[in-house]
Design a binder for this molecule. Structure first.
Ligand code: FAD
Length: 343
């Protein structure tokens, strides 16, 4: 049976799994089911969740099963209490050498982005970074991972197939939705703890302390509605309309986002940027004000359940996506629109 491993990141401060773990497990489960429909040998997969740390809250492990894990392994040791790129990578390799998998999916978080290239280099395999789509397909009589990601400055989407096992990819948070299923109460048979045989106490770098830099952190977590402003809202003088949009977002319990063009002009802080080099979001409703719909922006917003786009150009790129379209030249019109939709 084939194995899809998902590296589940532990928030060391609270000993719980980060939300992106559940998103990736849900995607892995969906791929497992889709693979069964392919008429090809080796179309049977199981999903293995792998976490690294000293301890883990058991509720979090249960949630991983409900999101899609068939098995869960916590690689544990005292030396893994705090994140260390060397220790975590070597711990993963030690476990993996005895328990190989065909596919490994890592979160493209700051920690995931550090350990995934180290692990894949040691395993002498490839890594497709920042994927926006993952699929199992048949190629030359085998089931392989097809990873899609933006390329050439995000002008094109490329689907990449790795020639070597394990086939590895990183995926940014909020690229896929987490989906929880009812599971039986007893999952203990599928939960394992792997004690490191070769603890790593000597590393070149050591984490001394962690602190939160609030200004650099995007705050779109759990956002149901996002009001995003693009360059079309700029009046050529100041950030009046962005302030208004932000105020409106606060008032209705939504989050405020923006395009990179607006961020680069210092009209809005970087942590509001949505897109390829910003944050990927997954709200119920995404309202785009004066946003042209460049692919680099849309890769971060296109999976929103509903998109309303307001633009003065009826041929704007954003209207090519599945959106509710409103064409207007009147900037103030946007406030009326929002009030209407949220009645
Ligand atoms: C490697 C790379 C990475 C990038 N990463 C990102 C990213 O993460 N996020 C991101 O957003 N961009 C990113 N970009 C930039 C991206 O290519 C676009 O330049 C950017 O998204 C455009 O922003 P915009 O839609 O606000 O501006 P514009 O493209 O200038 O569009 C403004 C829109 O407003 C409309 N408009 C004008 N006046 C009005 C009005 N009165 N009422 C209504 N509509 C009006 C116009 O018709 C137009 O469609 C990246 C680019 C590169 C090369």
């Amino acid at each position: 049976m084939g194995k899809i491993a998902v590296y589940c990141e532990i928030d060391n401060a609270n000993n719980v799994l980060s939300d992106v773990s559940f998103e990736l497990l849900s995607k892995a489960r969906q791929m497992k089911f889709d693979a069964k429909k392919i008429d090809c040998e080796g179309n049977d997969f199981e999903v293995v969740a792998i976490a690294i740390g000293k301890t883990l809250d058991m509720e979090s492990a249960k949630k991983a099963f409900s999101a899609g894990a068939d098995y869960f392994t916590l690689i544990k040791d005292d030396c893994l209490e705090l994140f260390s790129q060397t220790a975590y990578s070597l711990a993963f390799i030690e476990y993996f050498s005895a328990n190989p998998c065909d596919i490994i999916i890592f979160p493209a978080t700051s920690k995931g982005r550090i350990i995934a290239p180290r692990i894949t280099t040691i395993l002498d395999t490839g890594l497709v970074a920042d994927c926006t789509g993952l699929e199992l397909i048949e190629r030359n009589g085998k089931i392989v991972l097809a990873s899609t990601r933006p390329t050439f400055g995000a002008e094109l989407m490329a689907t990449i197939i790795s020639k070597k096992n394990p086939q590895c990819a990183t995926v940014r948070p909020k690229t896929f939705a987490a989906d929880f299923w009812d599971i039986e109460n007893s999952v203990s048979n599928s939960y394992f703890e792997y004690q490191l045989k070769y603890p790593i106490n000597e590393t070149r770098s050591r984490l001394l302390r962690t602190f939160l830099d609030k200004d650099s952190i995007s705050d779109f977590a759990g956002a149901k509605i996002i009001l995003a402003g693009g360059f079309g809202l700029y009046d050529g003088k100041n950030r009046e309309y962005y302030d208004k949009l932000e105020k409106l977002a606060k008032k209705i319990g939504a989050k405020f986002g923006a395009t990179r063009k607006v961020v680069d002009l210092n009209l809005v802080p970087k942590n509001c940027q949505i897109g390829q080099t910003g944050t990927t979001v997954l709200p119920e409703l995404y309202v785009a004000f004066g946003i042209s719909g460049a692919i680099q922006h849309m890769v971060g917003a296109k999976n929103s359940k509903k998109i309303i786009a307001i633009n003065s150009d009826k041929d704007a790129e954003i209207f090519k996506y599945w959106v509710y379209s409103i064409v207007t030249h009147e900037k103030r019109f946007f406030i009326k629109i929002i009030k209407y939709f949220l009645k």
